[in-house]
Write a new protein. Sequence first.
Length: 103
Amino acid sequence: MERLIVLIPAVFLLVGCVGKSFGDHTTLWNSWVGSTKDDRVRELGIPTRCHQFKNGGEMCEWPYRTGIDGADIVNLSFNSKGIVCQWGYRGFYGDRRSEATCQ
């Protein structure tokens, strides 16, 4: 019974930290919308892969550490002028996308 009493607060603490942490990441990623691909490469390094769309846009992805799991990926969609117009995330927190979208 003593183990259960100690374990329950620890689980709530872990869940609380994970939720807050993801919010911090989305704030950062939202700040990237409107920046250039050059800005992102300077900050994140060379993307692991990119795909050019027929309309001139592009999507690139980078490995990203949220501090929880090493398999996280963040992808950025760029318009034909090389401006970030949307972010996406795949990893520990599931699949997420920004509210901003590419036109």
